[in-house]
Design a protein around this ligand. Structure first.
Ligand SMILES: O=C(O)CCC(=O)C(=O)O
Ligand SMILES: [Fe+2]
Length: 383
């Protein structure tokens, strides 16, 4: 990347805005809402926090996250403020309102629709490479297997495994090889085969417009769950004990894709996760590095960013609340496997999306990783 380009991207980052929102009213705290459910995750019952239906609505045109409870609250809190960001006319305001309401409707129907998509895919979709749905050791780079093997031993220390990772001092972002090239190739062919089909597809999250939710495609049971419990958890136990690394009991996994004329980049954000694994699968692409700033708890007027180039077959492991983004690709197509890993013992104390004790809403599958058990844990924040 040239210095000019880095400067340009950095300028762009400095315009990312966060609005300070008033805390949610305490009266909601212990209310439990029931949604239609069908089935639950392997490890028990999981929930989302009710803030999912009010907080963090992303307005891409203005690069802001907003909170919507009803039209009156929304108008009072944002109509004036949004003018400063270029939303000056009634027409623009009405568009914003329509966008927020349509996102709310999408969220309200999300779990039911996701269930329907999964059912349809499971009964009708014919995979191109059925073998990639069941995790096998032959998928992994030999160095990764050595790394895991050492991490599984009870007397191994974090210093012992540093020889397997590349990292920069103090930022706790670790890079290491994960898969073989051959596996990445087959996995991407499977994803592309599904992308090209007419089956309905859900969006991975509110910021990525393209990509595939791996649970809907049937990857959870045979692939992502064993990958998390048997391979990633021993590593995270060593590297992130303060973020529930030894108790990552659920996940949300998806593939994000960036192509010319589709999404090119991803704005600065933090993940709804305690620990994230982001593996570059390929295909061929130019630029598109990741950059990391501060932990979200750190407020700095002039944050500095660290660029992490991402090589196909390699993973970057980082704390979910370590703010990051992806720079635009210049050419080609970029596919990444993202696993947001969650620890209920951490998030049951404080929902990372609203900074309150979560108000549980029953849902299907892993939800957002909250459970009814409340074990206490010390979460040591930003370093
Ligand atoms: O595109 C990337 O590599 C980053 C994706 C990401 O941060 C996310 O989906 O949370
Ligand atoms: Fe992310």
């Amino acid at each position: 990347m040239t210095w000019y380009r880095l400067f340009r991207v950095t300028r762009q980052l400095q315009t990312v805005r966060t609005m300070t929102l008033p805390p949610r009213k305490a009266e909601n705290m212990d209310r439990e809402v029931t949604l239609p459910t069908s089935g639950s995750a392997d490890d028990g019952e999981f929930y989302v926090c009710s803030c999912f239906f009010t907080n963090n609505f992303y307005l891409k045109d203005y690069n802001v996250h907003v909170m919507y409870r009803d039209d009156v609250q929304f108008g009072e809190e944002y109509k004036q403020v949004m003018k400063k960001y270029g939303c000056g006319t009634d027409e623009q305001w009405n568009q914003v309102l329509a966008q927020v309401k349509s996102e709310l409707e999408r969220r309200q129907n999300l779990f039911q629709q996701s269930l329907e998509r999964s059912r349809q895919i499971r009964t009708q979709y014919r995979p191109l490479h059925p073998q990639v749905y069941t995790l096998q050791e032959s998928f992994f780079a030999p160095e990764f297997l050595e790394f895991v093997e050492l991490s599984r031993r009870s007397n191994t220390t974090p210093e012992d495994v540093m020889k397997f990772v590349t990292s920069q001092p103090d930022d706790r972002v670790y890079e290491f090889p994960v898969f073989t090239k051959q596996f990445c190739q087959q996995f991407m062919e499977e994803i592309t085969h599904f992308e090209d089909s007419d089956f309905p597809k859900g969006r991975p999250n509110t910021m990525n417009n393209y990509g595939i939710l791996l649970n809907e495609l049937g990857f959870d049971e045979g692939f992502i769950t064993p990958l998390r419990t048997d391979y990633l958890r021993p590593i995270c136990r060593l590297l992130y004990p303060d973020w529930g690394g030894d108790a990552l009991d659920s996940h949300k996994a998806f593939v994000v894709t960036y192509k010319l004329r589709e999404d090119l980049d991803l704005s600065y954000h933090y993940d709804n996760a305690e620990v994230t694994l982001n593996v570059s699968l390929g295909k061929d692409f130019e630029e598109g590095s990741l950059y990391f700033g501060n932990m979200r708890q750190v407020v700095q007027s002039q944050p500095s960013y660290r660029e992490h180039k991402h090589r196909p077959t390699y993973g970057l492991l980082h704390r979910g609340q370590h703010k990051h983004g992806a720079m635009p690709i210049d050419d080609g197509e970029r596919y990444n496997l993202i696993i947001w890993m969650r620890s209920s013992k951490v998030r049951n104390q404080l929902c990372p999306m609203c900074d309150q004790q979560p108000t549980l809403v029953r849902t299907v599958g892993f939800g957002d990783g909250f459970t009814k058990e409340t074990k206490t844990v010390d979460v040591c924040c930003a370093s």
